[in-house]
Design a protein around this ligand. Structure first.
Ligand code: ATP
Length: 614
């Protein structure tokens, strides 16, 4: 066997993990920038680096009270790294927001002075805009309200002793900082306060950042400043891929003009995708940095197909169902017919809601900014009242023990104090049972029952405690019918809750599945970092309504501007999730133009694109 034959081509990137190990050597620490294409094993290299640090350095880090900081983009990614590093406490994994807050929490004086400068600058800016803008308009009224609110906050600053923040909430309290402020503040303070950089060095001599192309630019700049202050003492390791930059928060030119002392290992292989998908994503990438990936030797050929439909007059759900059947035939992979086994990527949550049947619920509440995060993670009390109490109770019908468990845990009728106070405990439990029966009768009796009817039923029997916002909405309904002035004064939020209450209760079932991540739908952005055997990407500019991405422009050979560029990057992310086969579905005003452009630019072969489903 010759020496070259012994080096299998699949090992071409093996040296990268060795290079990173060298960077982590405490005798000669070196920062590094590992940027490489999709599926190249960046996350795997991150975990390998952490394993190495735990083994080689774990003991000495623990003795000095130090930790390795890992910053991830999402909570799901954080949990995954925690799991893959066996919950080792020497590895401190956090999202960017909690990392930033750990750095600055308690620096109340610095926070106060920073806020004073920021608020004054923002007020001056708003006043300048107000002087230039037209008076009496909605924009002017909003500016004035904003100025007044910032002035009130400024006036409160000196009496605020302690600033508070929670990475997982809306931070609406008087002394709260908001998410954007915490990131900018942490970035600015690390850049300008040597003492803070020193604390960071003492606590975290290794800082590794996953998905750093999308990591907030203030924090990224602060990490560069930190590394520059302690060259040869600390390691900052950035993992990412500029082609997968899909949020506006990241540093647009990250990696350009990198300091000379940084190592830049690169990877060439894509371990995830089949050959045909790799060929496609190489083409998509071609107009940017021209990085070309190679498949591993055992990679399958795989399948890609593009289906283009007119944007109007198509039954989209039926078309997508038919595409699954078509893909099953084409690929001889019958799991395309299995709901659970196909990941369908949509551009915005509403597209999933329409397809799954919870559109009224989402359309009512999504526009309210303060509800949005909790609505999408399933924790909004006014909906979780239905999704985690009423729905499970109904689903437990016929299972007395399961019902009793829910009632005992949550019903005031069966609480310990209610039972204690009751003269006859059995009679008290009977009341709870009657309330359960009344609710189930209502739900069974009318498939179109609304959220309002359900909550009214529960309020009447007292089966569960109704959340305050729902109570207010129920009471407000009387006013709305009789007093038009009152109705006008209702806030957007109250209107949204009222609209939600008129939606069919049944919609909560599909909603619950979607927010629990158990549906086949996910957003294009939400699947960054993940992989699935069968992927269907739905591109529909019209349905996505004014979204920042425009597929028809990208496919139709429109002007190459920042919108086309960000759409191209998003397409790169979605296509590169596929492990076996990939179906792209575009709804376009001019399907024929899309087809000819995609064949002309070499992304697809003519037989891989169909107009409609022949
Ligand atoms: N050296 C390797 N040998 C075998 N499988 C690998 C190797 N490196 C990565 N993989 C596999 O390839 C897939 C992609 O790896 P990983 O998620 O780490 O890539 P990534 O570069 O972080 O991807 P992306 O940027 O697309 O999110 C995973 O299934 C992983 O287990």
């Amino acid at each position: 066997m010759t020496v070259t034959a012994a080096v299998a081509s699949d090992d071409i990137d093996l040296h990268v993990d060795e290079e990173i190990k060298k960077c982590l050597d405490p005798q000669s620490p070196q920062s590094f920038f590992l940027f490489a294409g999709a599926g190249s094993g960046k996350t795997r290299s991150l975990v390998a680096a952490l394993d190495h640090l735990r083994q080689a350095m774990g003991k000495s880090l623990r003795m000095r009270g130090q930790k390795v900081a890992v910053i991830t983009y999402t909570k799901a990614a954080r949990d995954e790294i925690v799991r893959r590093t066996q919950f080792d406490p020497v590895i401190a994994v956090s999202t960017i927001h909690s990392f930033a807050w750990t750095l600055i929490e308690g620096f109340n004086h610095d926070i106060r002075e920073w806020l004073r400068v920021e608020l004054n600058a923002a007020i001056a800016d708003l006043k300048a805009k107000e002087a230039k803008g037209r008076a009496g308009t909605k924009a002017s009224a909003e500016r004035q309200a904003d100025i007044a609110s910032k002035q009130r906050r400024l006036a409160r600053l000196d009496s605020t002793k302690k600033f508070v923040y929670s990475p997982d909430s809306d931070n609406r309290g008087r002394d709260s900082l908001n998410h954007a402020e915490v990131l900018k503040l942490a970035g600015d303070l690390v850049k300008t306060k040597p003492a803070l950089r020193q604390i960071l060095r003492d606590g975290y001599p290794y800082i590794l950042v996953d998905e750093s192309q999308d990591t907030n630019r203030h924090i990224v700049e602060a990490l560069f400043a930190f590394q520059a202050s302690y060259k040869g003492e600390v390691v900052v390791g950035l993992f990412g891929d500029m082609m997968q930059r899909i949020y506006g928060d990241g540093h647009p030119s990250l990696g350009e003009s990198l300091p000379m002392d940084w190592a830049t290992p690169t990877k060439k292989m894509n371990f995830r995708c089949p050959r045909r998908v790799i060929e496609l994503i190489n083409k998509i990438r071609d107009v940017t940095d021209k990085q070309v990936q190679i498949p591993r030797s055992a990679a399958h050929e795989g399948h890609i197909r593009m289906f283009v439909f007119p944007s109007e007059g198509v039954d989209k759900a039926a078309a997508e169902q038919a595409i699954c059947a078509h893909m099953a035939d084409l690929t001889a992979d019958h799991d395309w017919l299995n709901e659970e086994a196909v990941k369908i990527l949509i551009l915005e949550h509403r597209m999933a809601a329409l397809r799954m049947g919870f559109d009224d619920l989402l359309a009512a509440l999504y526009p309210i900014t303060q509800f949005r995060t909790a609505l999408l993670d399933g924790s909004l009390p006014l909906v979780s009242f239905f999704s985690s109490l009423i729905l499970p109770l109904w689903e437990a019908k016929g299972e007395p023990f399961a019902i009793a468990r829910i009632v005992r845990a949550a019903s005031p009728l069966a609480s310990a104090s209610a039972l204690k106070q009751a003269e006859d405990q059995l009679e008290q439990l009977g009341k709870a049972q009657d309330a359960v029966d009344a609710l189930i009768r209502l739900l069974d009796g009318n498939p179109d029952v609304t959220f309002r009817e359900v909550v009214e039923n529960v309020a009447e029997t007292g089966l569960f405690t109704v959340p305050d916002l729902l109570k207010v909405a129920l009471a407000g309904a009387g006013i709305e019918e009789t007093d038009e002035d009152e109705q006008e004064e209702k806030s957007e939020r109250d209107k949204a809750i009222a609209a939600f209450l008129t939606a069919p209760f049944q919609q909560v079932r599909a909603y619950t599945k979607y927010v629990a991540g158990k549906a086949r739908f996910d957003t294009h952005q939400g699947v960054k970092g993940l992989e699935f055997p069968r992927v269907m990407v739905i591109m529909d500019d019209q349905e996505a309504r004014g979204f920042m991405f425009k597929y028809e422009k990208l496919f139709g050979g429109g002007v190459d501007d920042s919108q086309t560029a960000s759409t191209r990057r998003l397409l790169y992310v979605t296509c590169s999730r596929a492990q076996r086969s990939l179906a792209l579905v575009a709804y376009a005003e001019n399907p024929e133009r899309v087809r000819s452009q995609l064949v002309a630019n070499g992304w697809f072969k003519p037989e891989e694109i169909s107009l409609g489903l022949a």
